[in-house]
Design a protein around this ligand. Structure first.
Ligand SMILES: [Zn+2]
Length: 344
């Protein structure tokens, strides 16, 4: 079968790889009907050292179950399923606490210990705990929005939960990528009264407004901090969704949080130490977050998508065939596209 393999910075190739197949009795084989390129795929795309063997890519998918191992109970061949970016058994101590990304028997797709989903098919370990059967066909109009349950919608929601968003609160979202835009949806869904998006790209800003952003701050750095404080009587916001992961974005996030507020960070930190640790300390700011246990959120978010209350699939502004995936990476890296859907 064909799959995307990254061999180094800027070097993504579509190659023939061994066919995916169930190995363990708890596995499922899923034929991918829609995959994605993720903002987090751009970190290795910019920095990866050359590798002859390369790394399989992709961790988001909707697909059709082709075969299941002998122990799989909750799905059968022909079912349409959504695949979270991490696999998990659904039964261990962490899964029962809703922290599926720390599953004792879990792991991550497209990260060395699992298949990649930018491919024709993917082997899904712990199928019963990982996959969720969807009540729609593989070509349903809701598929783009359902596909965001693999990662970006669940991740935006996680940022909002970690930032303690709630009714009446003032919220800011740092980052206008797909996760930040989904964070706007999540903040509105959780009752935020005011949602400030920090970004400057006109199309992303327009979408953020349609998703519920009430204010836009296009300044950067200290000027952005000043502008958010102006908008909030000098106090800052209760909740900040940090959806980038760079030193500057974290400095901004802490700088615009009011005393006693919270930052929910879901951008993979590119620093080992936490920027703005002292201001966070003196203002009693909670800093929380991490890789989103998106599996834990699917049951909560799914009805809102099925009923049309939220439309996170609007973050996809380009679709490519598997052969065109290398150009999809280029387009996202050049910020030509917000998020690219892959139709193998
Ligand atoms: Zn588990």
């Amino acid at each position: 079968m064909r799959a995307a393999v990254m061999h180094g910075a800027g070097d993504v190739r579509i190659e023939n790889v061994p066919d995916a197949r169930p190995i363990e009795p708890t596995d499922a084989l899923v034929v991918v009907s829609r995959g994605c390129i993720c903002g987090s795929d751009l970190w290795p795309y910019r920095t990866m050292e050359h590798s002859d063997t390369g790394r399989r890519m992709g961790h988001e998918a909707i697909g059709v179950v082709e075969a299941v191992g002998a122990d799989v109970r909750t799905m059968k061949a022909g079912d349409v399923v959504v695949m979270p970016f991490a696999y998990s058994d659904g039964t261990c101590v962490f899964c029962r606490e809703g922290l599926h990304t720390s599953c004792i028997h879990g792991g991550f797709f497209g990260a060395g210990d699992g298949d990649g989903a930018q491919a024709e098919a993917v082997r899904v370990p712990q199928a019963d705990g990982t996959l969720v059967v969807l009540p729609v066909g593989a070509d349903d109009a809701l598929v783009p929005s359902l596909l965001t349950l693999s990662d970006v919608m669940g991740t935006g929601h996680h940022a909002a939960v970690a930032a303690e968003v709630g009714p009446g609160k003032a919220v800011a979202v740092v980052g206008d990528g797909a996760v930040g835009l989904c964070g706007v949806i999540a903040a509105r869904r959780l009752g935020a009264e005011r949602i400030i998006i920090l970004g400057r790209h006109p199309e992303r800003i327009a979408l953020a407004r349609e998703f519920g952003a009430t204010d836009v701050v296009s300044e950067r750095g200290d000027e952005a901090v000043e502008r958010v404080r102006e908008l909030t009587d000098g106090l800052g916001v209760h909740s900040v969704l940090e959806c980038v992961g760079l030193e500057q974005s974290m400095l901004t996030a802490i700088g615009i949080t009011r005393a006693g507020g919270a930052v929910g960070r879901v951008g993979v930190p590119q620093d080992e130490t936490m920027p703005a640790s002292q201001p966070a300390f003196y203002d009693n700011i909670t800093v929380s977050g991490g890789p989103a246990p998106v599996r834990a959120y699917i049951e909560e978010l799914l009805p809102d998508i099925l009923d049309g209350r939220i439309e996170p699939g609007r973050v996809f502004d380009r679709a490519v065939r598997l052969d065109e995936v290398p150009d999809g990476y280029r387009a996202m890296n050049d910020r030509e596209a917000i998020k690219v859907m892959v139709e193998p």
